[in-house]
Every structure is written in C-alpha cells, then in structure tokens.
Design a protein. Structure first.
Length: 666
C-alpha cells in the first residue's frame, strides 16, 4: 500500500493533444484521455517533460500501437510526485482502477486456488478460494490444482481439526447446541458447542498454517515431543493420536518438492517474451520447499523491453497479494529500474525488511530459474496457439463490420438489446456489451419493463432504449456544462493513512465517466426491420440520429438491416463479422432469459403473507410466531385474528382477505 508522511508536491493539469510546453521536469504519472473522457493509457516517468514530449515526434518513428493510441487520445493529464517510487505506485494504482485500453494487459493464465485461514473470525475457518482476498486472513499458495489442496487439508484435519463449515452452518449448530457429522468423525474440534478452548483452537490453526507454509519439520518435532510426553504419562490413546498426526503431516508434506535448505525463503520468476506477448512462471519457495506455483500472461499493448516486462510482472506479483514477500527474488531479466523496485518492495511491502532482486549466474538457484524459464516458454507456446486464431478473427470481424455495414469507424464498443417474457408477464430487457471483440460482462445491464402491457416487443424495446440512451443525453449535457479549465493546484495533501487508490481524489483527478455513459460505436437490436424502426424513432426523439449507428439482426437467415435500406446488408455468410454478431446476439438472448426466469421464480416462490400493505418483515415474523406457522394461520378464525391489536385494523383486514382467498385454492 502507499503511504506518504510529508507534504506532497502536487501538480495537476490538462492540455489539448499537441506538443506540450508547460509540463514540469519532475517525476510523476501521465494519462492520455479519449473523447469520451476515458483514460486510455497511463504511464510513469522520472521526467514528465522528457517522457511526454517524446510522444510528439514524427509519427513514422513511433510504434504502431503508440500511433494508434495518440490518434485515439484528445488530451493528456499529469500528476507530479516526489520520487520514482511514488510514481511507480501511482501508475500501478491508476492502471488497476481504470484498466486503460492501451496499457499492458497482464493476467493469470488461469484462476489459481489458495488455502485461506480466516484469522479475522472468532473461530478461524480453513477453505479454498480463488483470489477473493480479505485483509487480515492468512493465505497459502497459489496451488496448481484445487483437489490437491483439499486432499492435503482432508489429511491434516486429523491432526488439526479446525472447522471447514460455513459461517451460517456454524451459527445454526451453535443455536441447536449439537455438532455436525465432522465432529463425530474427528475432523472438527467442535467450536459450535465449545468443545475446545479458543487457545487450543488457535494452536491448531497455527499448526495447520505452518504445514502449508512449508514448516512441517517444526510441526513434526512438536508432535513427537507431545507423543513422548503422553506416552511417559501412560496416556497411550492420546499418544496414538499424536502418532497418527505425525503420519498425516508427513503424508501432506510429500507433495511439497524440496529444493533448498530449511532456512531458505525466496521466489523464482522465469520470464519468456517475444514482440507481442510474454509469459512468466513463478515458484514460491518457503523453508526449502516449493509451496506454490503460478503462471502469468502479458499482452504487450505497448512496446516493452525485457527489463520493463520484468517490472510489470513484479508489480502484478507483489503489489496486490496477501502472501508474504520473501527477502530474495530471482529473475532472468533484471528490472530496468532495479533500485526503485527494491526500495518499493522494501519500504511498502516488507515494512523496511530488505528485499533484493537478483539474477543468479550459476548453482542451484540458476538451475531452478532455468526450469521456470523453460516452463514459461512452453506456456507462451500454448497460449500463442490458443489465441492466435482468436486474435486474428476478432480483428477481421471488426474490420468487416465497418466495411459491410458502412460504419464511420470500427465498432470497438457494441451494445446489443433483447427482450424476454412469458405471454406478457415478467417482461424484461437485456443489454450486453462487446469491446474490442470480447464480451465485457462488467458493463451488462438488465431492465424490468414496466410501461408495456401485454405482448408488445416493440413497446418494450422502445422503453429500454429510451431509458438507456437518456443516459447518453444526460452525460453529454453534463460534460458540456463543465468548466474544463485546470484544477486548482492547492489540492489536499495525501495523509498517511491514505492508499494509492485515493490518489485521484486527493490530487484533483476528475471523476471517471461511468461506463454506462460511454457512447457505443454500434447498437445492435435482436429482431428485424420492425425493431430497427423502433430504434430509429427513439434516436430521433432524443436527438441522437447523427451520433448513433444502429443495426438489427433478424433470426431468420441472420439478416442484418441498417436504417434507410429496406433490404438486408450484403454480408458473406461465412465471414467473421456474422459470427461475431451471432455471438453477441446469443449472449443478449441468454442474459435476458436468465433475468426473466429469475423474476418468474421469485414471483412463484412468494409467500402467503408477501405483498400485503403495512405488513413488513417484523410484523410478519411476529404474526407467524403468534400462531405457530403459515398452516395454523390459515385455519384461525376472524375473532382470533382481531385479537392481534398490535396490527392496524386495515392490515388485519388485508391479512384476512389474503388468507381467505388463498384457502379457497387449497
């Protein structure tokens, strides 16, 4: 996390995209902004003046992706800080928050499982999660397979019977005063019935953590000492339990490969890259054992040298992880700014416990690094084979859509709408989004259609489009009314307790435009010419005719219609554009049906006492407790109900009418 205990020199400014003259010669972060107000690129520099100025040279000498970014950008903003370390943290936090389109995309090649001990709970729980990190908990891993963790955990529960049940189940059995089956088979110590003291339970939790942290030797020695003591006291049954525990720890530790001495703790980071992508394989060694493995894939949206790739990998690994950072990190490519990253990890991550980044040249660590690099190379080959066709097809699809639909620009953002209902009931609409040829689920929206009565798809589409496009109009009016002059430099200073994610607010960055307000390059309607006419009418009513591109995809023969043309567009049947439109249309259909089914199921499951005016949850609960449940409540007389004077007269009348009407159907 980022902390600053000084008066930070802060400068915030914005210019039209031209060669800058007033950017200071100071370290900091810069952001390129597009016409929609989105941050499309975030960078850092020791000298903002030199770095930002380098973008305004002859276009022909720039990398093709850099030229594309500059063509998309309309302005650049910057923030100055006091050191390179702060600039690195600021860049990382902004990239994490805004996910700029032209920044390097570095993701795990898959979702890795971790073992977590919920130390923040009164009775800590052991469970398997996938990067749902919560502060205060202890995490171990990452592991390659979830079943391997569960297998080891199942074995270790014989020695360390900590709970694995959910919080709801713990509370339920606590109220019942009875343990579950795991207590009977001796795989839980029974905290729900206070069968174990908190001190003993904490020792079990610590012992389990030591084994997964690679410190099984110490745990075995402690169990052997306890076994010897129990045997000396003639407590042979207890000694047998310790013996079984020792065997369980040894069995669970067999999967942890030994690669060093017991006092060694370090990470091995092997990187393999080419002009377009990079792969990284990470080995976590704790107390001489490999306790975790991880793979990363980096897509080079911007040109990067090997040292810069190493920096991005280190940021991903150590700036957002619940795992303890070791004192030594071995890489095959040293970071371009090695000193800055060592200082950053030492001061911010390890709380001033020194971190050293090295490149081993010989010996056992070099052998381990070679293994990691070989694995990274194989990982990059697999990823390239898997994604090459996909990347090419997406690019071709967007180009073909622009060509065959006669669009002004390539549809980098497509929104697709569909309706779903059952004979006019539970009418809903869906909006799904595709950006750069990939579905973007974080931008999906769903609508409850309220103004339409009966089966009227055209009316439902008009209502949904009006509600969605009204946001575009409101956002446009809001932006046009803003004073876009520079923000006052006298911003609040960053306090010591603030995190890097507070940077944009503390330092004057304008609030990001909501994703819902982004203008789509193409609006696709599920239906034929009728739905397209509805879309054209809504756009005319809102004054968006000239700024929106509309199309409709008919289910029959996958025909695509555009405004002003009564005939479907001439699109080849086997081109990538048709497949892309089918994908987003089918996703919109799936999303709408899912929402419709959810509402229908919720309506069908509503209780007898639901939807009665004046009868809230508290009164409903009190009424059921008074008469012992819904079944008995249906059989009571009017006089018995009138005795509930704590209910208003009109509510008693409504309850009686609802029960009387319901009983007629029983």
């Amino acid at each position: 996390m980022f902390y600053a205990g000084y008066q930070a020199d802060i400068l915030f400014n914005s210019i039209v995209l031209k060669k800058p003259k007033d950017i200071p010669d100071l370290p900091g972060s810069y952001q390129f902004i597009d016409g929609e107000g989105r941050i499309i690129y975030v960078g850092k520099a020791k000298s903002l003046k030199n770095r930002v100025g380098s973008y305004f040279q002859d276009y022909k000498s720039l990398h093709v992706r850099t030229r594309q970014m500059l063509q998309t950008a309309e302005s650049v903003e910057w923030i100055t800080v006091r050191s390179d370390t702060e600039a690195t943290l600021l860049e990382y936090s902004l990239i994490k928050q805004y996910k700029p389109r032209f920044n390097v995309r570095l993701v795990d090649d898959k979702s890795y499982p971790y073992l977590v001990l919920t130390m923040s709970d009164e009775w800590p729980r052991a469970s398997v999660v996938r990067e749902a990190f919560v502060k205060g908990n202890r995490y171990f891993g990452p592991f390659v397979h979830a079943y391997a963790i569960r297998k080891s955990l199942d074995v270790l529960l014989r020695s360390f019977p900590v709970r694995t049940c959910s919080d709801n189940k713990l509370q339920r059995h606590t109220k019942m005063g009875k343990p579950c089956l795991l207590y009977d088979i001796k795989k839980c110590s029974g905290p729900c019935i206070n069968a174990v003291s908190k001190q003993d339970y904490r020792q079990m939790t610590d012992g389990l953590g030591k084994v997964f942290d690679g410190n099984s030797g110490q745990v075995i020695r402690e169990l052997e000492a306890a076994m010897a003591q129990a045997s000396a006291n003639l407590e042979f049954e207890l000694a047998a339990g310790f013996r079984d525990g020792i065997e369980a720890v040894k069995l669970a530790s067999q999967d942890q490969e030994i690669v060093g001495t017991e006092n060694e703790e370090f990470d091995i980071v092997g990187i393999k890259d080419d002009d377009l992508e990079a792969a990284a394989q990470v080995l976590h060694i704790r107390r001489g054992r490999v306790v975790g493995r991880r793979g990363l894939i980096l897509e080079k949206v911007e040109p990067l040298q090997s040292g810069e790739v190493s920096q991005k990998v280190l940021e991903r690994l150590y700036l957002n992880t619940p795992l303890e950072t070791p004192g030594e990190i071995f890489v095959n490519f040293l970071p371009s700014d090695k000193k800055t990253y060592e200082d950053l990890l030492t001061s911010e991550i390890r709380q001033n416990r020194k971190v050293v980044i090295k490149r081993p040249e010989r010996g056992r660590k070099r052998t381990l690094l070679n293994v990691a690099v070989t694995n990274a190379e194989e990982q990059l080959k697999r990823h390239r084979n898997k994604r090459s066709t996909d990347l090419n097809s997406r690019s071709r699809a967007l180009e073909e859509l622009q060509k065959y639909l006669h669009l002004k620009e390539a549809p980098l953002r497509i929104e697709c709408y569909d309706m779903s209902h059952l004979q006019g009931s539970d009418y809903v609409g869906s909006m799904v989004v595709m950006e750069d040829g990939l579905l973007k689920k974080s931008d999906y929206r769903r609508y409850k259609v309220s103004a339409v009565k009966g089966n009227d798809d055209f009316g439902a589409m008009a209502e949904v489009l009006t509600r969605r496009l009204s946001h575009l109009v409101a956002a446009s009016e809001d932006e046009s009314s803003k004073d876009i002059a520079g923000v006052n430099d006298n911003s609040d200073v960053l306090k010591k307790k603030d995190s890097p994610y507070d940077f944009d607010q503390k330092m004057g960055l304008q609030k990001p435009v909501k994703r819902f307000a982004y203008k789509p390059n193409l609006i696709l309607l599920d239906g034929g010419k009728g739905q397209l006419s509805v879309g054209v009418k809504v756009a005319e009513d809102l004054g968006l005719t000239d700024s929106l591109e509309l199309a409709a995809l008919a289910k029959r023969y996958e025909e695509v219609y555009r405004p002003g043309n009564p005939e479907p567009m001439a699109i080849p049947r086997n081109c990538e554009a048709i497949f892309l439109l089918q994908q987003i249309r089918d996703e919109a259909h799936r999303f709408a049906i899912g929402f419709h089914r959810e509402l229908r199921a919720k309506r069908m499951k509503s209780g007898v006492l639901d939807n009665i005016a004046g009868l809230g949850e508290a009164r409903k609960k009190k009424l059921l407790l008074r008469f012992g449940g819904v079944t008995k409540l249906k059989s009571i007389s009017r006089e018995e109900l009138e005795l509930c004077t704590w209910l208003p007269q009109n509510v008693r009348q409504a309850v009686w009418e609802k029960l009387h009407r319901m009983s007629a159907y029983d």
